[in-house]
Ligand binder design. Structure first.
Ligand code: XIL
Length: 315
């Protein structure tokens, strides 16, 4: 089959992968990335602890390498993530800042980062995971200091730094029919109504073989987001299973991948199909979900799995 990035040509679809700079030293990784994907997302190196490890000292070198790779290989970059509650530097996590100071710290960071990548990073995950599983506010450092207004502020600062950037709210467990999906919908609707510069919603899609969401529920979410005039992105797809994998589970996984690809192909507003890595050789899953693995489209030897074949056929 032709590489994914070739089969989506002319469809306005980003087929993406997340990575760290160290992965580029693995020749097979770099080759697969450049051959198959037309978009990349830094898996970690645009997070706050990497970009501003000390207050006011920005270190862009690793993230810059990823952006360079993308430019050389004609790929779009998705910036991830400007405001989040983890992978923050100690000075920020442990600092005892007033409300005014926290707002200033947030503004300085977003302004510096978005300006640095202006014209190079077109899409930003501006706020990541602001909601808890019941659809309430997650009590992050930002929420505690600034209340729910921090979200609108983050988008405003990002828009000011790059008026051409496409700005997204990103979260997980928002694919199907969940309290969090409803809360995310209400959140972006409210922001949109308030005139906040928000352009899309990302759903991470860290899914599990054999577990919901139902396709009809994902479609319903896409359609109500579409009605708001916003884009809808699959930003961090992986579909894990218990280790060891069986052929049956790999086939079930392929079917779930196929469903997401079909939704991407069907709806104009769905223009990101980004997987959280390329090969099962490097994946956060075994580190974060004990006993689980095999979430991606390529196995540890970079062999195409049934999921790859299924996705390739859809596009
Ligand atoms: C994960 C990375 O993959 C890990 O390497 C890191 O240790 C923790 O973060 N949601 C997100 C991503 O938005 O940033 C997370 O990435 C996975 C869950």
């Amino acid at each position: 089959a032709a590489p994914l990035r070739d089969v989506v040509k002319g469809q306005d679809t980003f087929i993406g992968a997340a990575l760290e700079t160290r992965h580029l030293q693995d020749k097979q990784f770099a080759e697969t990335l450049a051959r198959e994907f037309n978009q990349l997302t830094p898996e970690n190196e645009m997070k706050w602890s990497y970009l501003q490890p000390e207050r006011g000292k920005f270190t862009f070198d690793k993230a810059d390498k990823l952006v360079d790779f993308a430019q050389k290989n004609n790929m779009m970059v998705r910036g991830h993530a400007l405001v989040w509650h983890i992978q923050n530097p100690d000075w920020l996590d442990n600092g005892d800042f007033s409300k005014e100071e926290m707002l200033k710290i947030m503004e300085e960071h977003i302004t510096a980062v978005v300006s640095h990548y202006k014209g190079k990073v077109k899409y930003w995950d501006v706020v990541n995971e602001a909601l808890d599983d019941n659809g309430g506010w997650r009590p992050t450092i930002w929420y505690k200091a600034l209340g729910e207004d921090y979200i609108a502020k983050a988008f405003e600062f990002a828009h000011k730094a790059d008026p051409d950037a496409i700005l997204v709210y990103n979260d997980y467990s928002t694919e199907g029919k969940t309290p969090k999906a409803n809360a995310a919908y209400r959140l972006v609707k409210k922001l949109k109504e308030q005139g906040v510069p928000i352009h899309g919603i990302g759903t991470q899609a860290h899914l599990v073989v054999g577990v919901q969401p139902r396709v009809a529920d994902i479609a319903a979410n896409i359609e109500r987001i579409q009605e708001l005039g916003l884009e809808f992105h699959f930003t961090e797809i992986d579909i894990r299973m218990q280790d060891p994998a069986t052929d049956r589970m790999l086939q079930q996984q392929a079917n779930m991948y196929e469903d997401l690809a079909k939704l991407t192909a069907y709806y104009d507003e769905v223009n990101f199909f980004t997987t959280w890595g390329i090969s099962d050789k490097y994946s956060w899953i075994p580190h974060w979900f004990k006993g689980y693995d095999h979430g991606l489209m390529f196995d540890k030897q970079y062999k195409e799995k049934p999921a790859y074949t299924a996705v390739n056929k859809v596009f």
